[in-house]
Design a protein around this ligand. Structure first.
Ligand code: ARG
Length: 563
């Protein structure tokens, strides 16, 4: 905001566009030096003068009601008139409400975000939670920046594991039992398959035969597969419901089962397909990568083939400008292989495919594994979190109306925020105590701070409509001014988060805003006798509230009015 303002004013005096100026503006190392600085070296060539001289000349020329310009060496430093600046910003936010922060940067462009993508007949695991929440917020961020966003769930609903599952079902499955508890029971027989296969390797061959049958459209295989898929989807839907996450398309791996011949044919035509030990591969040794297998010895397809088919299909269907794959970093090599193969096929758009990797998630400092049965069921985690939030709220605010909804917003929010506040490549640990701490760096803390801003409005003598003509002179104290500056950064924060595909930038920012608001709240009397002062301060609180609400919704959290 401040930079934008300076760029606008300065562009009238120098031969640079607002955008060019914006790119070079800096924030001086200390507040006393100014709020924004323009390095005049940039102009030295065109002006044929020393940067110091340019700075001096510009300083004497510039006149603006909100800005004061001063030359400090080769820099032109700007000081804002705090009171005018604060009033303008608050009025702007209160006028824009929940559109403050939005822009049309991405207008006319389409972004595909592929995320969540859990595996059928397996529990919804913590890595899938990370993918779901990171992807969901990347979708929100791009939407806020004006992109058209297509959300895709690439369900793991195809592959040899279904051959195994069918064999296991035939041997040890019981329809009734599975219907009652589908995922748990399917995992049980799947684990049993692996145990038995250690001493009876012929089971693996049987499984391969059944997957081949499935790929060839065998009736029995298809019927069982479809049943496993439907039961799993019901469970996943419950989780998406709780998390408040949606998709435009569920296009699982099976969707591409009839679209892989095209890939094989095309690779063949382009002379990229090589036979190796009976399998068909694409050699990537020039790129220093292991080969990518396209077809196995028995003619069945694999994961990578489906990813190639999916990329081609999505490009044809959605004409995206950019596509994000939100998948754990252990699959980095896989995506590099897929992207490289597409480039070898001559598709330059493969340069706009982005793997968004993320680190492991631990639960109470322990690793999870499906095989070892130490998997934590996400639905149980969410339910427990809601219960714990409910207890905390019951103590804090026993008379709170619709406590159930609030507990849900806070309990689920705690889990989501805990995931998103870390740089996505870092390992994340989930601990109950940490995630639900109302005073820690948590979702509940931000939500609680937002509720506090709302309660100020209720306690004040004003309604939101009265908050016009803010008297900025009451917002010159350090706490208020720092808060104003933070709020002014929000539009930039969203852009930065999009550029780095990093929701934690938004999460950390919300923690900063919350901490700064609480400093202001504790240091200053807000509901004062002086009506103009009260209005200015409540106005700042409401502006804060809009930013917190918008930021929370970007991350996928609700913002209850009262907690
Ligand atoms: N289902 C896969 C897994 O759980 C993730 C899918 C990732 N997306 C993709 N296009 N390969 O590991």
């Amino acid at each position: 905001m401040m930079k934008q303002y300076v760029a606008k004013v300065l562009s009238q005096h120098v031969d640079l566009s607002e955008e060019e100026i914006l790119n070079v503006l800096e924030i001086p190392p200390s507040r006393e030096m100014g709020d924004v600085a323009f390095p005049c070296f940039i102009l030295a060539k065109t002006f044929r003068k020393a940067p110091q001289t340019i700075a001096d000349e510009l300083a004497s020329k510039l006149e603006d009601p909100m800005l004061q310009a001063k030359a400090i060496g080769p820099y032109l430093n700007f000081h804002f008139d705090r009171s005018k600046y604060a009033a303008n910003l608050i009025e702007e936010i209160l006028a824009k409400k929940d559109t403050y922060g939005k822009s049309d940067l991405g207008k006319g462009k389409t972004v595909v975000v592929e995320y969540s993508s859990p595996n059928i007949a397996k529990p919804f695991s913590l890595p899938h939670l990370r993918s779901t929440m990171i992807g969901n917020s990347l979708a929100h961020i791009h939407e806020a920046l004006g992109y058209k966003v297509v959300r895709i769930n690439h369900l793991g609903d195809w592959g040899t594991q279904f051959g195994k599952l069918i064999v296991a079902y035939h041997k040890w499955g019981n329809e009734e039992v599975i219907r009652q508890n589908p995922i748990e029971e399917l995992v049980k027989i799947y684990v049993k398959f692996h145990e038995e296969a250690e001493t009876h390797p012929e089971l693996e061959d049987e499984a391969r035969v059944w997957f081949k049958k499935l790929e060839d459209g065998d009736e029995e295989a298809t019927r069982l597969w479809k049943w496993f898929v439907d039961e799993s989807l019901k469970e996943f839907e419950k989780i998406y419901q709780l998390l408040g996450v949606r998709f435009d398309h569920f296009l699982g791996e099976s969707f591409y089962s009839d679209k892989m011949d095209r890939v094989v044919d095309e690779l063949q035509e382009k002379g990229l397909l090589v036979e190796s030990e009976g399998a068909l591969i694409v050699d990537l040794s020039e790129e220093n990568m292991p080969p990518i297998i396209i077809k196995k010895k028995d003619g069945s397809s694999i994961y990578a083939t489906r990813d190639l088919a999916a990329a081609l299909y999505r490009k044809d269907t959605f004409h995206f400008d950019k596509m994000f794959y939100v998948v754990g970093n252990e699959q980095s090599l896989h995506f590099q292989q897929v992207f490289t193969t597409l480039k070898k096929m001559g598709y330059t758009w493969a340069n706009h495919l982005v793997h968004v990797p993320f680190g492991l998630m631990l639960f109470e400092n322990k690793k999870m594994s499906t095989r070892k049965g130490t998997i934590v069921l996400l639905e149980e985690v969410l339910q427990k979190s809601i219960e714990m939030a409910d207890q905390i709220i019951a103590e804090k605010n026993p008379d709170l109306p619709n406590r159930q909804d609030t507990a849900k917003a806070v309990g689920v929010g705690a889990v989501i925020f805990n995931d998103l506040k870390h740089n996505r490549m870092n390992e994340v640990n989930f601990s109950w105590e940490e995630a639900l701490n109302f005073e820690g760096e948590t979702g509940p803390y931000v939500q609680y701070t937002n509720a506090r801003t709302q309660s100020l409005l209720r306690k004040s003598d004003f309604t939101e409509q009265d908050l016009l003509n803010i008297a900025g002179e009451f917002l010159q104290g350090e706490a208020a001014w720092d808060l104003v500056l933070l709020l002014s950064q929000y539009p930039d924060i969203l852009i930065k988060a999009a550029n780095r595909a990093e929701p934690s930038i938004v999460a950390r920012y919300l923690l900063d805003v919350s901490a700064q608001f609480n400093r202001f709240y504790h240091q200053e009397r807000i509901i004062t006798e002086n009506k103009e002062e009260q209005k200015a301060k409540v106005g700042l609180a409401m502006a804060t509230s809009y930013v917190l609400q918008h930021g929370l919704s970007i991350l996928g959290l609700k913002a209850p009015e009262q907690i």
